[in-house]
Design a protein around this ligand. Sequence first.
Ligand code: FMN
Length: 211
Amino acid sequence: MKKLLYVVGSPRESASESSSIANAFIKQYKETNPHAVIDELNLWEEKITPFDGNRAAAKMTFLGYGVLEGKLRTVWDEVVEITNRFTSADDYLITVPMWNGGIPWALKQYIDTVSQPELTFGFGPEGYFPLLKNKKACVVYTSGVYSPALPKSFGLDFQMSYVDWWLGIIGVTTVHNVTLLSNILTQSSLEQDRNLAIEKAVAIAKEHFSA
Ligand SMILES: Cc1cc2nc3c(=O)[nH]c(=O)nc-3n(C[C@H](O)[C@H](O)[C@H](O)COP(=O)(O)O)c2cc1C
């Protein structure tokens, strides 16, 4: 059965612009895929253990540093379990607010957890290569100030550029983006901009995520 993993990147609940766009996507996705399983992973409610020294040491064993045994094996098994939940999805919906030019720490921590050698990517003489196949993603980006149309003094993009790169590294190659950028500065057109973003998300769910 088809599965959508919804990774909630904003902690702002009903005030969140990205969540309201994502909710519209999900409503349409359910209509388009009535038998699909929707797995909601709220990074702010579910406690993902920080990717700490032991987890880093476990990862480094794949690069030839140390041995994966004892405590390292235990923490690695936890990482594998979290990663399996991620890789078991066919489709992804990820909400990505801009925080300080980049992405919220909880989302980065999740990315650090599921980006693992032999699970989501490999590394060889030619560099990184992806291990995921046939996955699709809809990514919702929001920012309060930043827009590519504004001068550098309004911020730079380490948000979409980073998430795009990460999805490519692991093999999620079919990616549809929805943006609602600069939403603090554009209060006068916010309602209209939001509606357009919602319309786009709904159209993506209908046209690109059909069974
Ligand atoms: C901790 C924090 C940091 C932020 N940093 C930026 C930033 O660097 N650039 C920007 O344009 N907006 C920034 N914002 C504004 C958010 O990107 C904006 O409110 C966006 O709508 C958040 O997404 P959400 O509504 O889904 O939570 C920040 C907001 C918070 C709470």
